[in-house]
Design a protein around this ligand. Sequence first.
Ligand code: COA
Length: 184
Amino acid sequence: MKNLFMAGSNIYLRAVEPADAPILAACNNDPDVRISFFTHTPTNVATQAKRIESFYQPGADYIPFVICLKDSGQGIGVTALHRVDLVSRAAVFSVCISDPAHWGKGHGGEATSLMLKYSFEILNLHRVQLHVWAGNSAGIKAYERAGFVREGLLREAMVHNGEYCDFLVMGILEAEWRAAHAAR
Ligand SMILES: CC(C)(COP(=O)(O)OP(=O)(O)OC[C@H]1O[C@@H](n2cnc3c(N)ncnc32)[C@H](O)[C@@H]1OP(=O)(O)O)[C@@H](O)C(=O)NCCC(=O)NCCS
């Protein structure tokens, strides 16, 4: 497990390297994947490689990881905390399994759980939140299973193929996460 940062049962998280640029690009380009992010412009591998060089500067409020399979080491997606605010002790979570062949195998859920462990046990955050398209059933299930609760609905927040789509706001507090872990 090259450059491992945190490990789960079937996946591990590690820092993003310039060679991972195709994984980041796929999250924005693949039609089946980008529909969940409502991205409307393509990106290329060179742009992503340059972006990766700027990651992990001291004080950075964006902390991304590559999600890798434990058995092969293959990178299958990206998960991140955005807008990490060490005063409010809050952050925004995202996850993307960039190759649909790896969907539905529990990897997104496991990555979500690992990122909450990282948020509360290592970064000492108080709250993690996310926005998810209300039609993203797999995402919502993965988040609820990890402990996120539905906090609100952003009505007709974004448009896709001429249709306005609602977004859920979901969040989890440190105390809720600790209580769920103590109960397990
Ligand atoms: C959303 C995503 C991260 C989920 O990860 P995943 O590895 O596919 O999901 P998991 O296998 O962990 O399954 C999560 C849950 O959703 C269910 N699920 C999986 N695919 C599903 C589908 N197509 N429809 C409904 N439920 C589904 C699983 O059964 C599981 O439910 P359970 O916990 O009750 O067993 C992944 O599909 C993905 O990256 N999609 C594209 C990008 C994206 O949508 N990112 C999130 C944006 S907010």
